[in-house]
Design a protein around this ligand. Sequence first.
Ligand SMILES: Cc1cc2nc3c(=O)[nH]c(=O)nc-3n(C[C@H](O)[C@H](O)[C@H](O)COP(=O)(O)OP(=O)(O)OC[C@H]3O[C@@H](n4cnc5c(N)ncnc54)[C@H](O)[C@@H]3O)c2cc1C
Length: 475
Amino acid sequence: MQKKVAIIGAGITGLTAAYEILKKSEETGKPIEVKIFEKTSKPGGVFATEKVDGFLIEGGPDSFELYKPAPLELAKELGIEDEVIDANEEMHVTFLYINGKLQEIPRGLLGLVPQNLVALALCPYLSWKAKIRAGMEIFVPPVTNANHDISIAEFYKKRFGHEVFENVAEALFGSIYACIPETISLRTCWPRGVELEKQYGSLLRGMLKRRREVKKSKQSMTKAASMFKSFRNGMSSLIEKLVEKLPQGIIEYNKEATSLVKNAENGGYSVIFSDGTKYDADALIIATSPSYATAEIIRSIDKGISDMLLRIPFASSATVSLAYKKSEFNHPLNGFGFLVPRKEKTFVKASTWSSTKFAGRAPEDGVLIRCFVGNANEETIVYRSDEEILSAVLSDLKKIMGVTAKPLFHRIYRWYNAMPQYTLGHGDRVKFIEERERMHPGLFLVGNAYRGLGIGDCINEGRRAARSVSEFFKI
Ligand SMILES: Cc1cc2nc3c(=O)[nH]c(=O)nc-3n(C[C@H](O)[C@H](O)[C@H](O)COP(=O)(O)OP(=O)(O)OC[C@H]3O[C@@H](n4cnc5c(N)ncnc54)[C@H](O)[C@@H]3O)c2cc1C
């Protein structure tokens, strides 16, 4: 009999899982029925590309990173590689709003580990004391040990000193994870830091050594590829293409899964929906986010997993995109945007100058910027009215960039509990969930709550679920 797989959640994770399962089914000639159930009326989850009057607005993710190859691989496979665009590398400058003004982050300090000691020495917003302390990192004995997880903040402060952490690293980590670095697991979120310390005894030493090796290698002879990529018509191109490749009618929208029943006789699961209907499947992939959505669904069959899922916190944030007439905009937008360390106490935590970073984000006579407000440290702003959010953002932009122009229009996207926080002990929580998951043959939990939250990570999560289904069905 034809096997049936139910996937709950039509974000990038669930869609990738469906795509990979059907690909395998076609390759092996073993038909599998796949159904995706999505509680909203659209696919893509947090992907949200919107086109307004020649502006291309990204309400959710706006790019993916080259060092995580999955999105590019998937784009190639889907036949949209030629739609992938590079960020405008000539303008690859990021600013920091610090001590009341925007200051360029020296290129060698853009990564989490200083890559260039000269850049560190010349950095205008660090004191000499801080620079010397950071340089002394080479002599700091290992601060990690295999049995004990520590926070990113503790690790960074112990290795590079307090000031470099507060003035640089905190803003970088905060912009990636919308997090409070004091609460975030080093092992889960920055394994590379741990690895550099283990291998070289010092992150600086490791980084400088690796840079010398890369310089020597042939790669450095070719033009450096841009680290950030997107799609000409916006990130939702990836979602649209995935959906196009799936059989019609495979996704059922406005279908909210609420609980599960394990079928005693034939194995498998019944998914129960909020409208009172149910769907029986031999295997089930839960690709919902946030993890408390998954916790609710799974509670009826495993309270242990459900409780553990509830211990993975999520943070809320909002993106505010602002479109302006170029002629009225009094800032050169000469970079990719800016970050703000928390000590500056602004509402805007980071801003991307979208029309500089990627081509085609604004018409000839327009500019587009997008600001992030809210993070794990300060979520309340996300719950305020549109007027209040807009007014806070405009006032910050005036203070930070001197922008006085009135936007042509704005778009606010609120993301309630959309950013998983891999807090201390996250690795142990995921291990517990994985072990319990094995007690439910044919049930697979994937998504951004577990092993990585970037788009590349989520594509890998979808692939992981598809592999598990193939192994389970032995195809
Ligand atoms: C504002 C923002 C900006 C980001 N920027 C970037 C970026 O630039 N680059 C990058 O790599 N990553 C970025 N990320 C992270 C990345 O986009 C996400 O981690 C990833 O897209 C999550 O995909 P997902 O499929 O796991 O979850 P989601 O996209 O959240 O999809 C889960 C789906 O499950 C559905 N669902 C939930 N509960 C139920 C239920 N009970 N029944 C049925 N369906 C349900 C939801 O409606 C949703 O459609 C960003 C995230 C946010 C929020």
